[in-house]
Design a protein around this ligand. Structure first.
Ligand code: CTP
Ligand code: MG
Length: 169
């Protein structure tokens, strides 16, 4: 039981900020596409209209705010900045996912299982690993991958039924 509590705190502190940064953009109806409407050499959009400047900024600010309680849980003031960095990494991972989806010929919002769910969290994990924040907790990263897939499917369904998203995924 102690282990479950330890994992829950670790999960909320480490992945709360990137998850919030990944979820918050859906709430702002961003209109300025990061790719400025540009096309790649394959004739398809670079990223598509689902990646906006407003969404990116909202995500980064949300991740930063969430990093404050996270730093308290972790017990390191510096984690405020580390959590912000992980949130920005998550947003970049999400952008990389969209870049990949466009290269595969998938339109904005078309589902790509595992990439849609894990792009942001794998990018955040990469940043944490590079900064030495994973340590011997790779099993926790494994639990988190499964949890994030389930949470993503659940929250996207809620967002769809609330009319925040046009698709259930
Ligand atoms: N969003 C945004 N800016 C970002 C990321 C997300 O404005 N940097 C908003 C968009 O309104 C987007 C929504 O959040 O439609 C959901 O994000 P996501 O599922 O990642 O985008 P999709 O529309 O599914 O597009 P893609 O196929 O590129 O993943
Ligand atoms: Mg999507």
């Amino acid at each position: 039981m102690m282990d479950a509590v330890e994992y829950a705190l670790w999960f909320l502190a480490m992945y709360g900020p990137p998850m919030l940064s990944n979820a918050a953009p859906v709430l702002v109806n961003g209109v300025i596409p990061i790719d400025k409407g540009r096309f790649f050499v394959d004739g398809r959009r670079l990223l598509g209209d689902g990646k906006t400047v407003e969404g990116f900024v909202t995500g980064a600010v949300s991740g930063f705010v969430a990093s404050i309680p996270a730093a308290i849980v972790i017990g390191t003031p510096l984690f405020v900045l580390v959590g912000l960095a992980a949130s920005i990494a998550a947003l970049l991972g999400d952008i990389a996912g969209s870049f990949l989806k466009r290269r595969l010929g998938l339109e904005r919002g078309a589902p790509l299982f595992l990439v849609d769910q894990l792009d942001f969290m794998l990018a955040a994990t990469g940043l944490y690993a590079a900064l030495g924040y994973i340590g011997d907790k790779w099993i926790y990263v494994g639990y988190t991958m499964v949890l994030v897939i389930m949470l993503h499917i659940a929250t996207n369904n809620v967002a769809y039924y609330l009319g925040l998203k046009n698709t259930r995924w």
